[in-house]
Each structure stands twice: as structure tokens, then as C-alpha cells.
Ligand binder design. Structure first.
Ligand code: ADP
Ligand code: MG
Length: 313
């Protein structure tokens, strides 16, 4: 470890760990943590590479927030409660101002969920940022992709397509609600509370990172089922509604990623117990594939997007 690295970790990333399961934090070769009796440790890692996952003009604050948020979103989708993260930073140079902004935004979100940064790695190279997040979930209660049942209702939290609209705004589109759309793109809100609330009720869950259709597709594939969605029930913001009116691009909310909302399936008997803001958008069916009814016509989703059926299934 170079002196510069030591100073950098001390200056920007070392804080006393607060969590009762953390026995040793930053400063040794490994961190140590315990998993309480009756719980499982949920672990996920996500990497963001400059020019691949983010534009060079994105601010350090935006990156610090988003890198943690996307990882917490994975914990949310399993119904796990975050406890700790590790951080791997690869940077072309040590830029104190950048590190300060990055650390400030990262810790602001970490503090919201009372989780500790317990270790990491710092290297020199093209800007590449990774967080590994760890959470606790009671044994055998994690929400998996593979447990959707025929007849389950399909729900999503929040509204869909706003981050996709934000990307289009970055690419030159301008319309209603541009600011909000950019905010949704840069500052996703991990649905931790919602994940915990639905854990005892839902059968399957995923977070929407690659697009509603693709991510719901993962649930369908893993659960060996199909689904039908009613487009009119998909929650769209005024800005996205307006975008669709202006462009005719109604498929955008289905195929655009980065919303980090939860999509979950739940048996009808549990729907009455839901006490989070969410919308029912469809139903799990035996027949494989993803069908969607839009303005009276049914389309079928595949790798290249949605195709209109010839018959009226
Ligand atoms: P080693 O060479 O044994 O892997 P390092 O010199 O890389 O250890 O790191 C020293 C300590 O600082 C370790 O506890 C490590 O987890 C922590 N650390 C290194 N980089 C970061 C970082 N970017 N964020 C948080 N902790 C870090
Ligand atoms: Mg070591």
C-alpha cells in the first residue's frame, strides 16, 4: 500500500463502524462480521465503469449515490436489510475534491440505512467503481426470482420509465419534467423499506435495472411461467406520458433501464395486506412468454422488443 493510498483511505473513508454485527472494520487485511442466529447473509456486487455505465460529465456526488443505490436495490429486491459494504476504487489519479464529493454522497446514503463501510481496495487505472453490499435476511425468507406462481398478481413500486426519459434528455430530448427525469436517472432511490415490507407477502421479486420487460422476464424464466401485462395499469409519470404523446414511443417504459423500482409477484390472498405504494400491472400465467395488451392489441416481448401478434391472443 502506497502512502498516498493510506492517507486517502484515512482521510475519506475511515469512520468507526456502528453496526453490532461488525467486529473489525477498515484497517486490517479483512473485516470481520457475524451473522446472527436464524439469518442469512445476502451479498451482491456491482461495478460502474466510466464511458460504459456513466458519462464522464457525471459528478462525483452523483456517482457516490448511484453506486451505493444500485447495490442497495439488489438487497431490497431480496428483502434483505443492509448492514455493510466494501468499496473498490480504481482511479486514474488522486483527486481530493472528487473523492470528497464521492465520499460525502456515499456516506449520506449509507447513513440513511445505518450501514458501515468496512473495507475495500484502492488502485490506479481507468475510473472503475465497485461496491459489494451485505445484508441480513431471516433464513429461507429471501425473495427470489424463482418463486412466482401461476395466478400471482404482478406489482411494481413507484413509476416506470423516468430514468429512461432522463437518458433521452441527456441525448437531447426536451419536454415536460426533464429535471425530474434526470434526477431519477442520477439519483435512484433504493426500495429497501418496500422490500422489507413485502418480504412476508410476495412470492418473487426483482429490481428493475435493465427494464421492466427484461427484468420481469428473468422472473418468468426462473419460475418457468409466463405473464400478461395491461399497459394501461403501468404507473407512468406525467413527464413519461407526455414523452409518449410527443414521440409515439410507448415501449420506452418497458425497455428502458435504471429505474430501480421493485417488480414483485404476490398471491391474491396477500394483496389486501400490502401497505406500500405500488401498482398491479398484470398476472402470472402458465403459458410461457410475456404478453402485453396496449390499446386493445396484444404484443409479445422478445429480445428485439415487442412484436404485435397476428392473431388476437
Ligand atoms: P491489503 O493490501 O491487505 O489488501 P490494503 O492496503 O488494500 O490492504 O487496504 C488497507 C485497508 O484499507 C484494508 O482494511 C482495506 O479494506 C481498506 N481499504 C482499502 N481501500 C479502501 C476503500 N477504497 N474504501 C474502504 N476501505 C478501503
Ligand atoms: Mg493484506
Amino acid at each position: 500500500m502506497a502512502i498516498a493510498e493510506f492517507n486517502l483511505i484515512d482521510q475519506f473513508f475511515t469512520r468507526p463502524a456502528e453496526g453490532k454485527n461488525i467486529h473489525l472494520s477498515i484497517g486490517d487485511d479483512c473485516a470481520l462480521l457475524s451473522v446472527p442466529e436464524g439469518y442469512e447473509l445476502a451479498i451482491t456486487v456491482d461495478t460502474m465503469v466510466e464511458n460504459v455505465h456513466f458519462f464522464p460529465d457525471v459528478t462525483a456526488e452523483q456517482l457516490g449515490h448511484k453506486l451505493l443505490a444500485v447495490n442497495l436495490s439488489d438487497l431490497a429486491s431480496m428483502g434483505a436489510e443492509p448492514i455493510a459494504i466494501t468499496l473498490a476504487l480504481t482511479m486514474p489519479r488522486v483527486d481530493s475534491l472528487w473523492l470528497q464529493g464521492f465520499a460525502q454522497a456515499l456516506f449520506a446514503l449509507a447513513d440513511k440505512y445505518k450501514l458501515d463501510l468496512i473495507g475495500g481496495d484502492t488502485t490506479s487505472g481507468p475510473l472503475t467503481l465497485s461496491i459489494q453490499a451485505m445484508g441480513l435476511v431471516p433464513e429461507n425468507q429471501a425473495l427470489k426470482r424463482s418463486s412466482a406462481k401461476v395466478g400471482d398478481l404482478i406489482y411494481v413500486t413507484g413509476s416506470i420509465g423516468d430514468a429512461g426519459l432522463g437518458l433521452r434528455v441527456k441525448q437531447g430530448y426536451s419536454g415536460l419534467g426533464d429535471k425530474l427525469a434526470l434526477q431519477r436517472l442520477h439519483k435512484p432511490n433504493p426500495r429497501i423499506g418496500e422490500g422489507l415490507a413485502i418480504r412476508p407477502l410476495a412470492n418473487a421479486c426483482i429490481d428493475i435495472s435493465d427494464g421492466l420487460a427484461a427484468d420481469l422476464g428473468h422472473i418468468l424464466h426462473k419460475s418457468s411461467v409466463g405473464a400478461r401485462l395491461d399497459y394501461a395499469q403501468i404507473p407512468l409519470s406525467d413527464a413519461v406520458e407526455d414523452y409518449i404523446k410527443q414521440t409515439g414511443d410507448w415501449q420506452m417504459p418497458l425497455v428502458a433501464g435504471d429505474d430501480y423500482e421493485l417488480c414483485f409477484t404476490i398471491g391474491a390472498e396477500n394483496v389486501g395486506k400490502l401497505d406500500i405504494a405500488c401498482s398491479c400491472i398484470g398476472i402470472i400465467e402458465q403459458e410461457r412468454g410475456l404478453r402485453i395488451t396496449h390499446q386493445g392489441k396484444t404484443s409479445f416481448f422478445n429480445e428485439s422488443g415487442f412484436e404485435h401478434f397476428n392473431d388476437d391472443r
